[in-house]
Design a protein around this ligand. Structure first.
Ligand SMILES: Cc1cc2nc3c(=O)[nH]c(=O)nc-3n(C[C@H](O)[C@H](O)[C@H](O)COP(=O)(O)OP(=O)(O)OC[C@H]3O[C@@H](n4cnc5c(N)ncnc54)[C@H](O)[C@@H]3O)c2cc1C
Length: 321
């Protein structure tokens, strides 16, 4: 690898001596497509329901490891989450994961929801504390699970679920300290979770440093990066502020002047996300969780860039004799 020419060097010397990007992953040659999971939101209206199922239809042939369905803030979507997850069980061969939170319900009620998932054939839960309604601060339900770690332990008592939990490369906004937050993550995994999925992030080095910290804290389970393909900076700012996620200047600059140019924003989003996942892949990461926002296009194209291909359609049935 060239060491790089000083910035004042003549142009060609500077170009030819500069750092090189690694090649795009090749098919074959030891390249294994990464394992993907996709996150959906339960739909609120008939039109949104159609949009969701179109999205699922497009992404399903990529054979994700699992697809997860969120649980609205304050437990507000309990019925819709349940309906979406059980429809996934009934009508698809996908592995569904139901998000479940501690908010607004006692332990018995949460356990009953978990039991009904198990009885419906759902084996994977994304176990979360959840948040208080906007403007309020979180307080555990008097007879509820206080934190995600308690929910994980409770779920394991209900049935041998596969459990995912949340992780925060930039630390959870209410964490007492970074060390306390890491300790909380370790306790969630020790209580029975098999992986963590991170909040979205844009500074990839923050995530990679977080992996180092996890390893140093004795965590060995996968900390799967949560990938948010961004097309709308205004919407992103709202979400990022709530969850304490930094939006780097370069990302703001990328979308600068594109408020009314949806087409270009989409192309820029594809490049930004592709670059992020490629950098992660170049660092050895081979599991990705996509926040799809119930839209397939960007996730599908990024999955393609990562080397994931749809399963081929089944061969035509043999002619009747
Ligand atoms: C992948 C992913 C999916 C999500 N899906 C949903 C969803 O579907 N619905 C939803 O409402 N929200 C969802 N969230 C958001 C999540 O509910 C919030 O971020 C919430 O504020 C924290 O949830 P948690 O499970 O990380 O909580 P916890 O792990 O319980 O941690 C919450 C905070 O409490 C601290 N803490 C833990 N234990 C203690 C203790 N004993 N004493 C003091 N402090 C403690 C932790 O350090 C942390 O700061 C999701 C987040 C992620 C990353």
């Amino acid at each position: 690898m060239p060491t790089g020419a000083p910035t004042g060097a003549p142009t060609l010397e500077r170009w030819l001596a500069g750092p090189r990007f690694g090649p795009l992953p090749m098919r074959g040659a030891g390249h294994k497509a990464p394992a993907l999971s996709f996150e959906f939101m339960p739909p609120k209206t008939e039109a949104m329901e159609q949009q969701l199922w179109t999205c699922i239809g497009r992404l399903a042939p990529l054979q994700p490891r699992f697809v997860s369905v969120t649980y609205g803030a304050g437990g507000s979507t309990q019925a819709r989450t349940h309906a979406t997850v059980t429809r996934l069980v009934r009508e698809t061969s996908l592995v569904p994961a139901a998000h479940l939170t501690c908010v607004g319900a006692g332990r018995e009620e949460v356990d009953a929801v978990a039991r009904s998932y198990w009885e419906a054939g759902v084996r994977h839960i994304v176990a979360l504390r959840g948040d208080a309604p906007a403007g309020e601060s979180y307080a555990p339900h008097p007879s509820g699970y206080a934190f995600a770690v308690d929910l994980v332990a409770g779920l394991k008592r209900v049935a041998p679920f596969d459990i995912s939990v949340a992780a925060y490369p930039e630390a959870h906004p209410q964490a007492v300290s970074r060390v306390g937050d890491l300790d909380n993550l370790k306790r969630k995994l020790d209580a029975g979770a098999s992986r963590a999925i991170t909040n979205f992030f844009f500074d990839t080095s923050v995530y990679l440093r977080f992996l180092d910290l996890c390893l140093a804290a004795g965590i060995t389970a996968p900390i799967v990066p949560g990938i948010m393909p961004v097309t709308n900076l205004a919407g992103l700012r709202r979400m990022a502020t709530l969850s304490g996620i930094g939006i780097p200047d370069w990302l703001v600059h990328m979308f600068d002047g594109l408020d009314d140019d949806v087409e270009t924003r989409r192309m820029v989003a594809a490049v930004v996300t592709a670059e992020q996942v490629r950098l992660l892949q170049a660092n050895g990461v081979d599991e990705f969780h996509f926040y799809t926002l119930n839209r397939a296009e960007l996730t599908y194209s990024i999955a393609h860039i990562l080397g994931v291909r749809p399963v081929s359609p089944p061969p035509p049935a043999a002619p009747a004799v």
